[in-house]
Each structure stands twice: as C-alpha cells, then as structure tokens.
Design a protein around this ligand. Structure first.
Ligand SMILES: Nc1nc2c(ncn2[C@@H]2O[C@H](COP(=O)(O)OP(=O)(O)OP(=O)(O)O)[C@@H](O)[C@H]2O)c(=O)[nH]1
Ligand SMILES: [Mg+2]
Length: 327
C-alpha cells in the first residue's frame, strides 16, 4: 500500500511550497496576508521511493469551525501514514508555542508525527539549532524531524520525506475532545482581551495562594495543596462567569470556556511544578495533583454542554461540504 503523508500547520508556514516541490506542481503560494490554500489537494510524490502527499488549508484562521471540519473530513476519507507538522523557523520560544496546540491535538498519534521545520535557510547557525530543536522534540516524545530550506530541490525533499514515512497508512480517529482542541476563540479580539485580563488576575491570585508553605507532614501538605487548587479553580470560574456568563451565544461562550480551561490547567500545573522544584511536593504526588486539577475543572464542564453539542454538530455538518481534490 502506498504511504500517505499529511501536511498540517497554521497558514503561511510553507506547506504548499513543500507540496509543489515534492509533487512537481504549481499550486498558489504567497507570503503573508491571507490563507492561500482553501481546499485539500492530494498528489503522488515525483521522485524517490514514492508516497502520496496531502496539502491542507492553513489551520489557524478566522473560521475555527472550518478548521475542525477540514480535519474531520480528511481523516474520515483518507488513511494516513504520517502527520507532517510544518513549523516555520523562528526564535526558539516562538517555535515552541506555534505548534504546541497542534501537538496536543494529535498527542495520541505522537509516534506518527514528523516535525518539518521550514524556512531553515534563515538560521545563522544551522548545526547548533538543528541539535537544539531535535533535542527539544525528542524530549517531547517526537523522534522524527526534518529541516527544509528554500534551496532544497524536490529530489532532496522526497529523499528526506521517504526516510521518515515508513508506516503503513491507518485510519485515524479523533475523539470529540481532540476535535474540539482545534478550536480557538481569539478571532473575537474584544472578548479575547477580556479573557486575557481575567487570566492575568488569576495568575497573580495563584502566586499569592501558593506562597509560603507551613512546615507540615507529607499527607497534610498534599491535602493543603488540593484545598488551594479547589479554591483557585472556584475563584477562576466565578471570574469567568461574571464576564462570560451572560453571553447568549452558546457556541461562543463554550469556545471561550475551552480557552479558559486550557489556560487555567496550564497555570495550576506550573504552580505544582514550582512546588516540586522547591521540594514541597514529590514527583509521585504531581500525577495525583494533576488528576485532581482535571477532575476539579470537569465539575464546571456541564455548564457548557449546550455550546459543546452545538459546536460538534456544526463541525460534523460542515465536514460533509469539504472538498478533496485529487491532482
Ligand atoms: N525562505 C523561505 N521561504 C519559504 C520557505 N517555504 C515557504 N516559503 C515562503 O513562505 C510563503 C508561504 O508559503 P506557502 O507554501 O504558501 O505556505 P502555506 O503553509 O501553504 O500557507 P497556507 O496555504 O495559507 O496555509 C511563500 O512566500 C513561500 O515562498 C522556505 O523554506 N524558505
Ligand atoms: Mg498553502
């Protein structure tokens, strides 16, 4: 069976440029401004051992329901060997942030992910940065990474891709939560800033609550941390509800809750990590505490069920209208 590689990334990172070189095509590419590729294109590679390549529209654009629909339609119709997460070369901390959400969404398929760093011609110290990035992704559990530059020919890229795409294609499945993890809410700048403001306040509150731990025995310490987490999450939810509770658009309210939820879990996890660095809690307790955070957050999920259902329904409806073009 022919191997199949899927190119995914946010807009403008260089998917179509790779697609054009590898399949010897002439699809439109453009620097900046707007999402260029609007549909899914499928074509066989031109050189080397051979595989099928799929070019997709930039995932992070203003149409967030569309993003999930495109992914859903694709994985329901095409079996995939490898997910090539394309990331444009930039400063290290920016690179890390750029693909974090994508890697989270595909976490279960981690062993089928290859990171493709494009625009690598902009690196001034290729050897060192190649080593640094490879090490970073290895630690994150991703063993496969490719570096691509403007001057790379189709032959070179086919060879690089061939050596990473070894798996037989398989049908992928995404759970509802994974599908929703492609959702974003920053298209509504006004509400997004309001959310950032709330998160800033919660961040300060969390620093205050986790400060100055009394010397007590192990068991009591964990109980105290749990108490603080409970209090903090409750405080956060009250804040969120005050600003977003009256929003009558269920879907929008749910999307903001999703973003809020992700951020709160991030903030609290980081605090727990600091407690571990300061030897206040032990490594084994971290897992227990992380589960506790998840469970605490879940108690608020039920308030957004309507929005969640509406979003999923829209994604499923939309997926039926997505087009796949075989070139
Ligand atoms: N210097 C350099 N430029 C690149 C490289 N790859 C892509 N580009 C440029 O980056 C711009 C965007 O590339 P595209 O291939 O259109 O990006 P895309 O990911 O397909 O974008 P969407 O279709 O909007 O999702 C174009 O101007 C390309 O010429 C690279 O490795 N090096
Ligand atoms: Mg494109």
């Amino acid at each position: 069976m022919k191997k199949v590689a899927l190119l995914v990334s946010q807009s403008g990172d260089g998917k179509t440029t790779l697609f054009n070189k590898i399949t010897n095509s002439n699809q439109e590419v453009q620097a900046g401004g707007r999402v260029v590729t609007r549909e899914v294109y499928v074509k066989d590679s031109k050189y080397g051992q051979g595989f099928t390549l799929i070019d997709t529209p930039g995932l992070k654009d203003e149409d967030c329901i569309g993003t999930s629909s495109k992914i859903l339609n694709l994985i329901e119709n095409i079996w995939i060997s490898r997910i090539m997460v394309v990331v444009r070369y930039a400063r290290f901390d920016i690179i890390k942030d750029t693909c974090k959400w994508l890697l989270l969404a595909f976490e279960r398929y981690q062993d089928r992910i290859t990171i493709v760093i494009t625009h690598f011609d902009f690196s001034d110290d290729k050897e060192r940065e190649q080593r640094q990035l490879t090490e970073y992704y290895h630690k994150a559990g991703i063993k496969s990474i490719i570096f691509a530059s403007r001057e790379d020919s189709g032959e070179t890229l086919c060879e690089l891709f061939d050596s990473e795409i070894k798996d037989q294609p398989q049908k992928m499945q995404l759970t509802e939560s994974e599908l929703l993890s492609f959702q974003q809410c920053d298209y509504n700048q006004f509400l997004y800033f309001e959310l950032l403001e709330i998160l800033g306040d919660i961040y300060i509150q969390s620093k205050r609550l986790f400060q100055g731990f009394p010397v007590i025995d192990e068991q009591a310490k964990v109980l105290l941390v749990k108490e603080i987490i409970k209090k903090l999450i409750n405080y956060s939810y009250v804040k969120f509800n005050r600003s977003f509770g009256r929003n009558e658009n269920d879907e929008e309210q749910f999307l903001f809750f999703l973003e809020f939820r992700r951020s709160i879990i991030d903030i609290v996890n980081r605090d727990i990590q600091i407690l571990k660095w300061n030897n206040i809690v032990k490594y084994v307790q971290i897992i227990e505490l992380k589960n506790f955070i998840q469970n605490e957050m879940e108690t608020y999920d039920k308030n957004f069920e309507v929005g969640r259902k509406k979003c999923l329904q829209k994604i499923r409806e939309n997926a039926k209208n997505q087009k796949i073009n075989y070139l």
